[in-house]
Write a protein that binds this ligand. Sequence first.
Ligand code: CS2
Ligand code: MG
Length: 412
Amino acid sequence: MTIDSAEVLVASPGRNFVTLRITTSDGVTGLGDATVNGRELAVASYLRDHVVPLILGRDEHRIEDTWQYLYRGAYWRRGPITMAAIAAVDTALWDIKAKHAGMPLYQLLGGKSREGCLAYGHASGRDVPELFDSIRQHQAEGFRAIRVQTGIPGLDSVYGVAASAFAGAGGTARYDHEPARRGAQPVEERWDTRAYLRHAPTVFEAVRNEFGPELPLLHDAHHRLTPIQAAKLGKSLEPYDLFWLEDVTPAENQAALRLVREHTTTPLAIGEVFNTIWDYRELIENQLIDYVRSPVTHAGGITALRRIFDYAGIYQIKSGMHGPTDISPVGMAAALHLGIALHNFGIQEYMTHSPITDEVFQPTYRFSEGLLIPGDSPGLGVSYLDEVANANPYDQAYLPVNRLMDGTVHDW
Ligand code: CS2
Ligand code: MG
């Protein structure tokens, strides 16, 4: 059997997605997610113009060989666009192989290592009372671990907090935060690190007083602190026993985390913007992080991410796969099949997709009592309804750009 066709599907059911659909000569289809938020068309072109012509006619069973062919054969390696394109091909081929085998993908990956994948939800509020409402709402939905993000006095908008509540299921107010904004230009936000460092510990103190010591709490500093500021935040949050503190400082300079480690025992999660095992090498070998955040979609697919987790497992570092809405249900399904099979699974991020998104992708994974469980149908357990997708064409959207109060461009 060979790869007969490969379609690059770009649409915007709720938000923009890029999906690769491979069909084999015996009519089996496989799906892969290639969505890079705010740069979707770059991956679509990379796939359409440079990858699809190269994979047509190839043996769909040779996943590792195809991975190496696309990675080494490109000469120009790594980076978010290349690795998302390779991830889409890889994921689609694993979907096809599992369908050929007549089993859910996790069975091919070694079978279940647990009954389900512990998931964390996004609670947020412009202030503490709104945050408490959002935490209670997520607990009512079954979440057993909660990410906490709040507004900061003096700042109009910050990462992770919806500008306004909108009606969720059953009319309850929801504060989900979709970071990408439709438009020809990115919106600009202002940031004040000192205000944030003063405010964050007071929020976690309030949450612990209100919800007690057991509830696993996560927080995303979203790459905005210098190493010493990151050390200070980690230390100031220690009394509140966080499950993890995420992206506390930009990690291109992996050694920066040494300074953070010297000052705090707050567990650290990093990697959602990483694309290869090389981005992690120093962090993992020197025990500088506790959770690997890469999703299947951005780290070269199941073939490559499984390798990163096996490497991290040597250092007792666990998975914490990125799972916001800009990871499509195809990417989420792939994460769950890998996550349920993996030994060193830690936790899975779960930002629920909108109903129209789910209508297109028909995901068979389910959320039950705080756990995400992949479907049991052969393959990944996702589909792609063209007619619904095509009724929602791509619509340009960008992530915000961040500036300090003096106008200096800063990490968003
Ligand atoms: C975030 C994301 O979920 C997270 O941990 O860092 O929301 C991130 O901002 C978006 O995925 C960017 O596209
Ligand atoms: Mg994050």
